[in-house]
Design a protein around this ligand. Sequence first.
Ligand code: ZN
Ligand code: ZN
Length: 341
Amino acid sequence: MATAESHGKYCGGKLIVKKVIKRGHVASLKISCISTNRARHSYQWSSSPYLPNGKYLINERINHAFLCSGMLPSHYTRFCNGARMGILSVDARDNFFKKYKIFVKEEYEESTNTALLEEIGSYEDLDGIDIITDARHGWRKNAQDTSVVAIGEQTHKVLNCVHVTKADDPVTQRHEKHGTEQVYRELDQKQVSVKVHTHDRNMAINKLVKQSKNGLTTNQNDTWHGVKSVKKAMATVSSGPMYLKERKWSEELHDKVESVATHFHWSIRNSEGDASRLTANLDNIVEHYKGNHKECHSTSRCRTDPNYESKRVIIQSPVAEKLLNSVIKNSIIYKIQTILD
Ligand SMILES: [Zn+2]
Ligand SMILES: [Zn+2]
């Protein structure tokens, strides 16, 4: 517009596009005028501004977008050709990638280091952190690859991301284990130990965590999520509006939200993979809080200490008993004992 305007001020000739050259996604135009007085005014115009390094802003932007999208090169090529919007050459993309990589790595280091510090800072005890890991399988450069991501249990921020390719291990099924080992190595280098490691029920990871060299890490096959929902259910039966008191919730359960959750963790650990023992342990929670310790574990304080007095309110109301019972029996852990490996 500005070019046409300024040209119009001193020349009555009509501007026409003489030539269009595509440079990546940028159109570079040669514009000339058809003048009656035989003057030939010509201009060079491009559809993108320049960056200080002389490159086109639009091309750098598309390169950036392409790398961040996770789009496969073949999809990019097909899309650009189909849309006829120009295309960046393989060389241009490779050169950009080489430069870009350095900054991504820097950002990654900074981001994960900060996240790790935040995660460590959110625990009262400084002896370790809890992590959640999962693997994502995908394709890169026509070969199957896997990303193993570890997030902090408290902050849910990414603490580590390991990329495993067929070059690391030709067997894709072993990629998650390979990546998880790498996560442990890197946390170890940063002198951070893992207290609870939650993941889906991948048997190889179960084995890996159990064999971890210090044996200090607790392996959790998502029982964490199971116990978390127990806490949620406990919260709804331990407080509420006055008019529902002793009907939908009970005062007697008010001090038992955390302790019932702990009891669940304890029951899982002390069932040694035996489903019927787990059921019995969980069923006994109600009896324990009623003050009947006959079936409690022989090592429990309520059995070993003759002067044992529960810190918690003893359950006497049938409503409280019924509510606690329903929380236990409706929990995913009670229903699916197969959660144990
Ligand atoms: Zn002119
Ligand atoms: Zn007991």
